[in-house]
Design a binder for this molecule. Structure first.
Ligand SMILES: Cc1ncc(COP(=O)(O)O)c(C=O)c1O
Length: 400
């Protein structure tokens, strides 16, 4: 038997999912696991989506057979999404929207369209750990810029980005509001970053899947900047905004139609994004603006409960998220990989345990994040309080 590719052999398993077998073992023992490790919202998907599914199925002319759609997405879906962006002050037309199977596919397609193997992408770290896998799939080298814990993972400096640019750099990839830190770059900082990209002829890939979940400022998109026409690409998704992760619908948004034409060539080979989910997403997008605001307020309250709770544990610190629903917490242990495994395997409180994501997997630079964990506020406030108690109990008993 032949071996496997160097590409796949060099990849890591997702640090977010790696401890899942230990959680399954706890479940088999009858323990309820609180999943603080993964960004899977527990809030119900707005009912407009289910109605959209039923209406589509009830219309056999549209749904039977359940056919392939256009590779760039169904026109009606693209128009609904562009209209939602315009309602939110982001001036985009349907032809500037390209539908994908989740933001995950959007990221991979954009990397594949912009980079040759060996090219470099600059990403502030800690970063969404799957970026690493997408870059590995595209043969792209990640050049990290390590953000400072003391500044709450704030904007480093434009010089830090400038210093990281080499002859192989093709783009800067930034996620704001951020997973895993909950930090945000301001409009001015994003403007500076885009200006740098224009000056150096790079792309700014702006991952905005958490755009509306912001707590101190108005939602903001790179597409609102005057220089976004040529060098900006926005990555978006229905997953978090509508609590619809399983729908697997994402979007590439760019005013650079030539870039979208290049992406189309690859997309034609994978045929199309899901037809049923796009159709059901149309009423979802048209009718759920209030649901998004409602969800934001739920998350606002939850991240406060989570961070207040974490802050009350001796030796634990975290930064209150400015957006999204994650926080990185610093723990008084030297290896959160071992600690997280210990907690989910051995610590029980009222028949419950807690799974968190060890911090090291969100950094590329070796040695960083070893005393950090990422926690997601994707459970109700009572469960978050129990989660904090489980963490406190685990820290007390941990002998690592
Ligand atoms: C920052 C970020 N980008 C992209 C994704 C992928 O989203 P999707 O479910 O649309 O593939 C996630 C999912 O957690 C994410 O947190």
């Amino acid at each position: 038997m032949k071996g496997y590719s160097q590409r796949v052999m060099a990849m890591q398993s997702s640090p977010i999912r790696r401890l899942q077998p230990y959680a399954l073992q706890a479940v088999a023992e009858g323990v309820k696991v609180l999943y603080g490790n993964i960004g899977q919202p527990d809030i119900s998907t707005p009912v407009a989506f289910a109605e959209g599914v039923v209406n589509f199925i009830k219309n056999p002319q549209a749904s039977d057979p359940l056919a392939y759609g256009p590779s760039e997405g169904l026109p009606a879906f693209k128009e609904a999404f562009a209209a939602y962006l315009r309602r939110n002050g982001i001036d985009i037309s349907a032809e500037q929207v390209f539908a994908t199977s989740g933001a995950s596919e959007a990221l991979l397609l954009v990397l594949m369209a912009l980079c040759d193997p060996g090219d470099e992408i600059i990403i502030p770290e800690p970063f969404y750990t799957n970026y690493r896998t997408f870059c590995a799939m595209a043969g792209v080298t990640v050049v990290p810029i390590t953000l400072d814990w003391d500044s709450g993972f704030g904007f480093p400096s434009i010089e830090a980005f400038e210093k990281a640019i080499t002859i192989r750099t093709r783009a800067i990839l930034n996620c704001s509001p951020n997973n895993p830190t909950g930090s945000m770059f301001t409009r001015l900082q994003m403007k500076q970053l885009l200006e740098l990209c224009v000056a150096k002829n790079l792309y700014l890939i702006s991952d905005e899947v958490y755009r509306e979940f912001v707590y101190d400022q108005e939602p903001f998109s790179v597409m609102q900047l005057p220089q976004s026409a040529t060098h900006a690409v926005m990555i978006d998704s229905l997953s978090k905004r509508y609590s619809a992760c399983g729908a697997r619908i994402g979007m590439i948004v760019s005013k650079n139609l030539e870039l979208l034409q290049q992406i189309l060539k690859m997309s034609q080979a994978r045929l199309c994004p899901p037809t049923l989910e796009q159709m059901a997403a149309i009423p979802l997008i048209e009718r759920s603006d209030q649901d998004i605001i409602h969800m934001r307020e739920i998350y606002r309250s939850r991240v406060k409960v989570l961070c207040d709770g974490l802050g009350s544990i001796e030796g634990v610190s975290c930064h209150r998220p400015k957006g999204a629903f994650y926080t990185m917490a610093k723990l008084p242990v030297d290896d959160t990989d071992k600690f997280a495994q210990y907690m989910v395997s051995s610590v029980r409180l009222e028949g419950k345990t807690l799974l968190v994501a060890p911090g090291g997997g969100f950094y590329l630079s070796p040695g960083y994040g070893q005393d950090e964990v990422r926690m997601a506020a994707v459970m109700d406030e009572e469960s978050l309080s129990v989660a904090v108690k489980i963490l406190a109990k685990a820290l007390k008993s941990y002998k690592g």
